[in-house]
Design a protein. Sequence first.
Length: 362
Amino acid sequence: MKKIGVLTGGGDAPGLNAVIRAVVKTAIGSYQCEVVGIRDGYDGFLKEKGQIPLGRSEVRGILPRGGTILGTANRGNPFARKVIRDGKTVIEDTSDEVVAVIEKQKLDGLIVIGGDGTLKISQELFAKGVPVIGVPKTIDNDVGGTEVTFGFDTALETATEAIDKLHTTAESHHRVMVLELMGRDAGFIALHAGVAGGADVILIPEISFRYEAIVDKVVRRVESGRHFSILAVSEGAKSLDGEQVFSRSGNEIYVPRLGGVGEMVGKYVEDHSGQETRVTVLGHIQRGGSPTPFDRWLATRYGAAAARLAAKGGFGRMVSLRNGEVVDISLDEALAIPKRVKVDGDAVRTARDLGIYFGDEK
Ligand code: F6P
């Protein structure tokens, strides 16, 4: 192994820099291998100055920093890239150009740090002969085949802190406070932060809710002398007879953007319970900030393991956490089934045992 590339794709997540640092330190320290950083996801292969040498000095001091020193792009799919041809914007498959640059660069491996979208692109590039290795990233924790993605723990801490802060106003003003949280089609952030923050209702995409059940919980609390309630609502949650709520529709470049369910729930609860209600959308705050020690630790282990895997030629694979050990699995296995909250698992059961409503109560 003489030279490897590393890139970060999709939405940023705390811990990306820790992975980059671990890749660089392991590749140089243990394998005397050169590392090239690809800027702004796969786009870096196609633009000027899109590839930069990464040495020890480039990764010094980045361990606690959020974001990614390489930049990222969540529209950077080389198989469907927006390009200008004869003055017109068109969507083109530029994957052959990307493969040609990788070959020209003589990369012996390409470490791709990303969520399901970015990893899916890697799988397709692997099929075209690119020696890729995946590292699972996302605050949503929805990548299959791994117990946890890095970034999730930091987002969870931020979301829990937000619930704690909303609690004080809820209690002082006798209000219902709704907190809309990220997670796309997986309810991990809302579920874990909801339990950790002592929410009264948690709405997640995996369990369709009835508005009446939420109101019932709020009213029961009022009747028992608890004049406030906290509702943790995952952006992908939907009512039994409704659809997910989007703030922006998708196109051939962008996936649709979820958002707005918190407002809908808040309005219904206020109208039907008579309790004053406020809605907070935590948004990208969840993706920012310094990674927690857990995320730094996990990201570092993933990065070092990815470099070791590249050295032994384990391409088309992704590092993952299983039973506390970092192992590697095929990208096919990782991408076969996205991870979702187990509706009959112990986490949901525990929340129910504590009296938390999911909105499916009769
Ligand atoms: O996948 C991470 C995530 O933060 C989701 O939780 C959220 O739905 C989405 O990305 C937001 O994407 P964007 O940054 O494009 O608005």
